[in-house]
Design a protein around this ligand. Structure first.
Ligand code: BTN
Length: 335
C-alpha cells in the first residue's frame, strides 16, 4: 500500500511505528533489540525515540537495559492502528497523523490542492487553531476529542456539497450510538447535540469550479473524553464522557465513524440527495415543529422549522411572515 508522503509536522514514521508496537503489546516489556528490528530504527537510537514519545506525553515505562512497555493500552490515534481497523475501506489508505497542528481542515485543504486522492484522512491529537462554522474557534484539547478531516472528490455540483455535512452528521450519530449508547440530536446543518449542549460539529469546505466540485474536505470534531471545558464553553458544550460517565476509546469511535461514513457516502453517490434528506429528517427532531431564531448575518427572525427542501436546505415558517428557506446562517432553538 502506498505510504503517504511525509508532510512537515506529521508524526515521524518511526515514532508512529514505535507507538503502534508498544500499544499492541501494552503491559508487555519489549526489548530495545526487538523495537529496533520491528520499527526499522537503529538499536542505539531506540531510547532517543522513546524519549521523544515521553516528551509528547506518552507514559512509556522501562529503561534501556530492560526494555520498554506501556502500563495500559493508551488512547492514542496511531495511523497504523487506524489503517488496520479500516482495511479495504476508502479511509484506510492515506492517513496523516499529527500530535499537534493548526487545523486538520487547513492541512487537508493543502493536500487537496496537492492532488492527494479521495479518502485521505488527516487527524490530530490537538489543534491550535481548530475552526468551526461562522469563524468560531473549535476547542481541541490534546488527546481528549476526535479532530479529523477527510478529503473527498465526488462528482457533484457545488450546491450539493453541503449535503456531505449532513451525511457526516448522520454517520457520526450512528457511530456514537453504537459505541456509547448515546442518541445525539442532529441540529441542522452541522451540530451534534445532547440535551441542548454541543457534543460535536462538522465543518465542510470545498474547492470548486462554477459547475463542478474539485474536492471537498469534511472536518469532524467530537468531544469524547473531556471532563471539563473552559468557562466560556462550560454551559454550552458536553462530551461523551460527561454524558455517560465513561471513557471512550477514540480510535474505535473514529474507525466506526469512518466505516459508517464510507457506506453512507456510497449510498448518497448512488441514490442521490433523497437518501440524505430522508435519513436526516428521520433522525433529527429539530427539522420540524421547533421554534427557532434564524440569524443570517443580514437578517434575524423567529419561526418554526418546517422540514428540508430536496436540496437539504431548512424551511422555516417565519412568524407573521412567509415560508423562508435558510441557505446559510445560525439557527438556534427559542424555548
Ligand atoms: C462547528 O460545529 O462549527 C464545526 C466544528 C468542526 C471542528 C472540526 S475539528 C477537525 C476539523 N478541523 C477544524 O479546524 N475544524 C474541524
Amino acid at each position: 500500500m502506498a505510504q503517504p508522503p511525509s508532510l512537515p509536522g506529521t508524526t515521524d514514521r518511526r515514532l508512529a511505528a514505535l507507538l503502534t508496537l508498544l500499544s499492541e503489546n501494552a503491559t508487555i516489556v519489549i526489548s530495545g533489540a526487538r523495537i529496533a528490528r520491528e520499527t526499522g530504527m537503529s538499536r542505539s537510537t531506540v531510547w532517543r525515540w522513546v524519549e521523544e514519545l515521553r516528551k509528547l506525553g506518552v507514559h512509556v515505562k522501562g529503561q534501556r537495559s530492560t526494555g520498554y512497555f506501556l502500563e495500559k493500552v493508551p488512547d492514542i490515534l496511531t495511523p497504523d492502528l487506524l489503517r488496520k481497523r479500516l482495511k479495504g475501506n476508502l479511509f484506510g489508505k492515506r492517513v496523516f497523523h499529527f500530535f499537534k497542528t493548526g487545523s486538520t481542515n487547513t492541512v487537508a485543504m493543502e493536500l487537496g490542492f496537492a492532488g492527494e486522492p479521495e479518502g485521505t484522512v488527516v487527524m490530530a491529537e490537538a489543534q491550535t487553531a481548530g475552526r468551526g462554522r461562522s469563524g468560531r474557534a473549535w476547542h481541541s484539547e490534546k488527546g481528549a476529542g476526535l479532530y479529523f478531516t477527510v478529503l473527498l472528490r465526488p462528482k457533484l455540483a457545488p450546491a450539493q456539497a453541503p449535503l456531505l455535512t449532513m451525511l457526516a452528521g448522520i454517520s457520526a450519530h450512528a457511530a456514537i450510538a453504537a459505541q456509547a449508547g448515546l442518541v445525539t440530536e442532529l441540529k441542522w446543518p452541522n451540530d451534534l447535540m445532547m440535551d441542548g449542549k454541543k457534543l460535536g460539529g462538522i465543518l465542510t469546505e470545498m474547492h470548486a469550479e462554477p459547475n463542478a466540485v474539485r474536492f471537498v474536505i469534511v472536518g469532524i470534531g467530537i468531544n469524547v473524553n473531556q471532563e471539563k471545558f473552559p468557562p466560556e464553553l462550560a454551559s454550552i458544550a458536553t462530551s461523551i464522557r460527561k454524558e455517560t460517565g465513561r471513557m471512550s476509546y477514540r480510535l474505535e469511535l473514529m474507525a466506526r465513524l469512518l466505516g459508517q461514513f464510507e457506506s453512507d457516502y456510497n449510498r448518497f453517490l448512488s441514490e442521490g440527495a433523497g437518501f440524505v434528506i430522508e435519513r436526516f429528517e428521520s433522525i433529527s427532531t429539530f427539522t420540524r415543529g421547533r421554534r427557532v431564531r434564524v440569524d443570517t448575518g443580514t437578517d434575524s427572525y423567529v419561526g418554526t422549522t418546517a422540514g428540508l427542501t430536496p436540496e437539504g436546505l431548512l424551511l422555516v415558517n417565519r412568524e407573521h411572515g412567509p415560508l423562508m428557506t435558510v441557505i446559510a446562517g445560525d439557527v438556534s432553538e427559542v424555548r
